[in-house]
Design a protein around this ligand. Structure first.
Ligand code: GDP
Length: 330
């Protein structure tokens, strides 16, 4: 027989005491598809949110094409952050975790130093049926790791599509990693991602790539100057670093702290988090409604019926949808 799960009280106390076993278990509950796990996870989160939310945390989205050096970079930045007395947590939103096969972010031995540090917490991307589902789980995990005293939350995502939009909606700062010497099209960076960045960081500025890195920096500096100002009033910073040789990391962290100070002073950070919470409320309602709808027995039956008609070309999809939805109209 399996051991019974800890109680809500045990979870809450354990997480507040930074017990990483209980923290990990609580995140597993958030990620679980089981209804009873979901209920327990919600109770734990409700308890933890009851107290004042930590306002001294910084949530950073880190994105960039595969191979740009995200894990190497997060490890270098994370170790620097620890040296300055902070506690980083690394979470991920990996769109490839949707397919049960491998995941882009998960299957390497990553962040070896960071993963053994007792001041850091690393969690691979949850899996799920939809990107929205994966993202909601990661967002809930932020609440848990912050309650456990982690103050620098790094949300890693692959710079190839929708996942960074989700990451942007749960973070205070958006950091895009770039390679020396190639334009964004060549790096597989999707349109609009550069515009979202508060920090554009050219990684691998080492060895014979230093010159190329500087060129790329110049290119992105020009590009960012042409962009309209960001709502947070922050002029995007274009920097270079070598995650491998640990150069440029201290300067970058200083600039990140300046960003935090700036957005706290203007109140943008706080207001942005409030607006983000509203967004996730709406998002969760939509997901919940959809789920409830498709689970409804009458809907299921009607859907099966009209599918046949649509497939046979006897009914238009619009008409069929109206009939299925109409079942729930009173
Ligand atoms: P990810 O796929 O974006 O997470 O990239 P990784 O962190 O796994 O790095 C991909 C490759 O780039 C690895 O071989 C790293 O050693 C290398 N790499 C990462 N950062 C640097 C860097 O600053 N300089 C150099 N020269 N190589 C790097």
């Amino acid at each position: 027989m399996r051991r019974p799960l800890p109680t809500v009280e045990q979870f809450v106390q354990g997480i507040r005491a930074s017990d990483r076993v209980l923290l990990g278990q609580a995140i597993t509950l958030v990620e679980s598809v089981r209804e009873d796990h979901q209920v327990l996870a919600r109770e734990i989160i409700a308890e933890l949110l009851g107290n004042a939310q930590p306002s001294n945390t910084l949530r950073i989205a880190v994105t960039g094409a595969p191979g740009v050096g995200k894990s190497t970079f997060i490890e270098a930045l994370g170790m620097h952050v620890i040296a300055s007395g902070k506690r980083p947590a690394v979470l991920a939103i990996d769109p490839s975790s949707l397919v049960s096969g491998g995941s882009i972010l998960g299957d390497k031995t990553r962040m070896e130093r960071l993963s053994i540090s007792e001041n850091a917490f690393i969690r691979p991307s949850p899996s799920g049926d939809t990107l929205g589902g994966v993202a909601r789980k990661t967002r809930e995990a932020i609440v848990l790791v912050e309650a456990a005293g982690f103050d620098t939350i790094l949300i890693e995502t692959v710079g190839v599509g929708q996942s960074e939009i989700a990451a942007e909606r749960m973070t205070d700062l958006f950091l895009l990693l770039l390679l020396p010497g190639a334009g964004d099209e060549l790096q597989g960076i999707k349109r609009g991602i550069v515009e979202m960045a508060d920090f554009l960081v050219v990684n691998k500025a080492d060895g014979d790539r230093v010159k190329l890195a500087n060129q790329a920096r110049g290119h992105y500096l020009n590009a960012t100057h042409l962009l309209p100002p960001k709502p947070n009033g922050w002029q995007p910073q274009v920097m270079a670093c070598s995650a491998l040789e640990n150069t440029g990391i201290a300067e970058l962290w200083e600039a990140i702290e300046a960003f935090q100070k700036h957005t706290l002073a203007t109140g943008f950070l706080q207001e942005n988090r409030r607006q983000q919470a509203l967004y996730w409320l709406e998002d969760s309602i939509e997901a919940g409604l959809k789920n409830m709808f498709y689970k409804h027995p009458a809907v299921k039956a009607k859907l099966a019926e009209v599918e046949v008609e649509v497939l046979a070309g006897r009914m238009s999809p619009t008409e069929a949808a109206e009939r299925v939805i109409g079942i729930l109209r009173y």
